[in-house]
Design a protein around this ligand. Structure first.
Ligand code: 5GP
Length: 208
């Protein structure tokens, strides 16, 4: 196989509670050359979350400071908290021509596509809104008001899924990981990701 000219950015978006963190973690484990981008947020860490692993947790003031310093490729607010992808986070992988997975919302996905047209946007739907509600209840990290806000946010996100390249329903995690695995493999074989002229020249110059 030839070397790709650049690493690929894969954006995985799904409403909160769809299981995308578990899905992204499995993908990273499966592919040695695929890295997970760690977003920056002003939200407080949940009980099981670790700084610089789940997110770079910073204060609201520091986030606003970084916005004014143009540190973000994209940023958004979700339920009163800031979330964003920093150039430094992406560049460290792209400079090494390595692939990177971003676990961000649909606004972020659209912004990434504008900045990096070769990126691949994947949207994961829950089997139903009811099931999403049950999963969020079981997770128990939200008040009932926040839970309703998250469900409304999910409905809003569903209206924009046509902007994504791939759409799948998370019936079960293994199946979903297998589908994403296939998408990643197929994307790596797309001709435009290679220096075609170099390949043509190599064959022209080869003596038989
Ligand atoms: P949570 O609070 O559940 O961790 O995340 C809330 C939402 O923010 C999720 O939909 C998540 O994908 C999204 N999110 C996390 N990081 C980023 C980011 O860097 N940029 C954008 N646009 N969304 C993000």
């Amino acid at each position: 196989m030839y070397n790709m000219t650049k690493g690929i950015i894969f954006v995985i978006s799904a409403p909160s509670g769809t299981g995308k963190t578990t899905i992204c973690d499995s993908i990273i484990k499966k592919f040695s050359g695929v890295n997970l981008s760690i977003s920056t947020t002003s939200r407080f860490p949940r009980e099981n979350e670790e700084d610089n692993k789940d997110y770079h947790f910073i204060s609201k003031d520091e986030f606003e400071n970084r916005i004014s310093m143009k540190k973000f490729v994209e940023w958004t607010t979700v339920l009163g908290n800031y979330y964003g992808t920093e150039y430094d986070e992406l560049d460290k992988y792209l400079k090494r021509k390595e692939d990177v997975v971003l676990n961000i919302n649909i606004d972020g996905g659209k912004a990434i596509k504008q900045n990096y047209p070769d990126s691949v946007l994947i949207f994961i739907l829950p089997p139903s809104l009811k099931e999403l509600q049950e999963r969020l209840k079981k997770r128990g990290t939200e008040t009932s008001k926040q839970l309703n806000q998250r469900l409304n946010m999910a409905k809003h996100e569903f209206e924009m899924i046509a902007e994504y390249d791939y759409l799948l329903v998370n019936e079960n995690i293994e199946k979903t990981v297998e589908i994403i695995d296939n998408i990643i493999k197929a994307e790596k074989y797309k001709a435009h990701r290679y220096d075609i002229n170099k390949i043509i020249t190599k064959f022209k110059q080869e003596e038989v």
